[in-house]
Design a protein around this ligand. Structure first.
Ligand SMILES: O=C(O)c1ccccc1NCC(=O)[C@H](O)[C@H](O)COP(=O)(O)O
Length: 200
């Protein structure tokens, strides 16, 4: 099972991911409502510190598209994860302008949200229970998904096998690898090791 660790926000966090090596990390960029938010300048510095082979994803909520495009074009991030109210035209513009895939996150409350994700023009879709609040959603709704998807929302080490059985291509985790709102190396190590076993 592939895994993205979201909400990396300090050099210490980057050193942890360089040690335990998830497939991707997420930088929550310029989202004032999130305690995990980093500025664009912090994102540039953190990204430089991330080892090769770990993909850096920028996580955005209604950020101007030009700003996201610059970060992609400068190589600060390899992919944008959009959590806001972006349109299909916005997604197409960003892909066309940068040549990079776009990941759209959907907060799943009903079958309607699953249907939206299913028909989204995004290259990748993430099904989430919230925005980094460790909030799960009703996985029985996943029966409506036929395209590949990532799974987020309170996923922890005990749920890795179930996420795999539910058909997820990757999991996206933030809260379950934190203690007191800080990334916790032991939790991160255990989660990533569990994902690697599920891959076999
Ligand atoms: O993590 C945040 O604070 C955040 C804020 C605004 C938009 C998105 C955010 N996180 C996006 C993620 O990809 C989270 O890792 C994902 O929702 C899973 O989080 P969790 O349920 O805490 O494991």
């Amino acid at each position: 099972m592939r895994v993205k660790i979201c909400g990396i926000r300090s050099a210490v966090d980057v050193d942890l991911v360089n040690a335990y090596r998830p497939d991707w990390i997420g930088l929550v960029i310029d989202v004032p409502s999130s305690f995990r938010s980093v500025t664009i300048e912090q994102a540039r510095a953190l990204s430089k510190r991330v080892d090769e082979g770990i993909g850096v994803v920028g996580v955005f909520v209604d950020c101007p598209l030009d700003t996201i495009a610059s970060l992609l074009e400068d190589g600060v991030i390899a992919m944008a994860q959009l959590h806001g109210s972006q349109s299909e035209a916005d997604v197409a513009w960003l892909r066309e302008k940068t040549g990079r895939p776009v990941l759209c996150a959907f907060e799943v409350k009903s079958e309607r949200d699953i249907a939206m994700a299913q028909k989204s023009g995004a290259d990748f879709v993430l099904l989430d229970g919230g925005k980094g609040q460790g909030k799960p959603f009703d996985w029985t709704l996943l029966k409506g998904m036929t395209r590949p998807f990532g799974l987020a929302g309170g996923v922890d080490v005990a749920l890795v096998e179930a996420a795999c059985q539910a058909g997820a291509s990757w999991i996206d985790v933030s809260s379950a690898v934190e203690t007191d709102q800080k990334k916790d190396g032991e939790k991160m190590k255990a989660l990533i090791a569990r994902c690697r076993r599920e891959r076999q």
